[in-house]
Design a protein around this ligand. Sequence first.
Ligand code: COA
Ligand code: AMP
Length: 635
Amino acid sequence: MQRYREIYERSLRDPEGFWGEAAEAIDWVRRWDRVLNADNAPFYRWFDGGQLNTCYNAVDRHVERGRGDQAAIIHDSPVTGSLRVLSYAELADEVRRFAGVLKRCGVGRGDRVIIYMPMVPEALIAMLGCARIGAIHSVVFGGFASNELAARIDDAEPRLVVTASCGIEPGRVVAYKPLLDGAIALARHKPEHCIILQRPQLRAELTAGRDLDWNEAMAAAEPADWVPVAATDPLYILYTSGTTGQPKGIVRDNGGHAVALHWTMKNIYNVDPGEVYWAASDVGWVVGHSYICYGPLLHGNTTIIYEGKPVGTPDAGAFWRVIAQHDVKVLFTAPTAFRAIKKEDPEGRLLGQYDLSRFRALFLAGERCDPDTLFWARERLGVPVIDHWWQTETGWAICADPIGIEMLPVKPGSPSVPMPGYDLHILDDEGRELGANQMGAIVIRTPLPPGCLPTLWNADERFVQAYLSRYPGYYLTGDAGHRDEDGYLFIMSRIDDVINVAGHRLSTGAIEEVLAGHPDVAECAVIGVADSLKGELPLGLVVLKAGVDRDGAVICEELVQKVRREIGPVAAFKLVAVVKRLPKTRSGKILRGTMKCIADGTEWKMPATIDDPAILDEIAETLRSLGYAGGRAAG
Ligand code: COA
Ligand code: AMP
């Protein structure tokens, strides 16, 4: 671990020297005055005074330096049966044109643009087009419904929304236009224009005066050159689940982001420019932002946009087919994808049909990686399988095994060790530092390294309150766990009400808000219960208002549809039951943690402050009827 340790320790001892050197890999219009400006702490600013353009660094400079003919983007789409390759020169041309479209629509530096798109190259072209002219993009995941989109429109106040006529999920075409129209009708803020990519699977009826056709707009556009922006200017906003229904707008800056992501491509993932790197995620999540779009392109890699699933498009060999066909060197996905493959093809027979001899490493993140999945993947693939841990807020790995520096011993169940700039600590409730193998809140001493969120969009106070106030001087990750004697981290649980469903981060509080909005519901609780495929699934328990005598099953079905309509299918909310009462403490706090233990079958203690212990028996009975429960009370 010698080499890793030296690099890590130096990054903490001399952050300005460390990141100043890393920044040499980026082309700057103007060099920074200070690598780190801490004058306005806790609002730290990296590369203050510097100017650059992220799109230039991700596209144009590679063309200028001889990569024009290299594939930049491979769009592999089993759901439409199509394959499209864009070279860096072609990507540059498309991005210039799209930047021109934006300018023509009146979008300028600092204006927001919402991108609500399926997995098509145009999603990346739109992101890069915004970066080119200094506009701030905010990509919204296609699996969110109108209400969620409306909440983001109201918070980001975009001038423009870019969307497509449809997305394609196995077995159904998702019409985006009605979702967009629904969101705009709901939102207080009204975007001036929408640009719509018409896909042959389903064409959308355009709204006259507001909507523009992507192809027509591109044909008429005047290509636009890139503009210098401040390193500290926002590049994008990405909304993520908080504890309430109001999502948090994570801000990413231009300078620190480009420096950090470029550094990770060789040092963590060990790919060289020109090689193919594939993140099988969605562009609507942070993994998609960092490792489908910006990381690989900043580094001169070829990136893959995969419009399909790990199974069913057409079978559990889909990932192996993509790796072999496009000569993928490194794959990054969520453990749930491998659990899905393992379930369909437990022996990994389909692997035999493909040549994976040039494939080098698999990286997993987004949720806890269970050792079984890790062993299965490692044995079948015969390459290192690396669990790494990060969050939307950080934009890149907090802990990983940096195989480009040196391959560290893998400890199954651990995402390994902290990456440069992340000064990790484990604290107890009183803020005391805990020793090896003691479980507590995982925090990072500020400043966070470049690339991490400088603040929340239009919400400096919420930023401080949500992340920095619990333990002053530290950033609260929201995860709990411990470190072993070798400094390896183990993530055990969340300390808030965020749950992780198939690698997607959801707020149980937000689902509760939707359930509570049903006219028959008096109160409710949503917990995350263990699921062998998706990691966790949301489960709702509702108490009906006095006097409601409608059939409980009908109400439950209405609740399932309500969550699907208001949050989106991605919430995977299908488990819900009516109960007479919810277990509470004497002060009225619902005992969600205890109910989760009962559902998961893990040991739990009868809370000393419980109001009426008999309620737990009723809850266990209900959970059993849903196929859950079996937990034992300790003692
Ligand atoms: N647009 C519209 N709907 C979408 C969507 C999108 N972009 N993405 C997902 N959905 C829908 C699905 O169709 C599904 O709807 P259904 O209830 O009608 O079946 C629902 O949202 C739940 O989707 P998902 O959680 O993806 O489940 P799934 O059963 O379709 O697939 C896996 C399960 C494991 C194969 C899938 O979750 C997967 O590939 N995960 C990889 C992990 C990943 O990408 N993580 C992101 C962070 S790294
Ligand atoms: P997101 O912001 O959607 O990327 O979700 C981040 C959260 O997912 C983290 O705070 C963790 O709770 C969880 N997570 C991500 N990666 C891992 C991992 N490798 N191991 C355990 N949990 C993880």
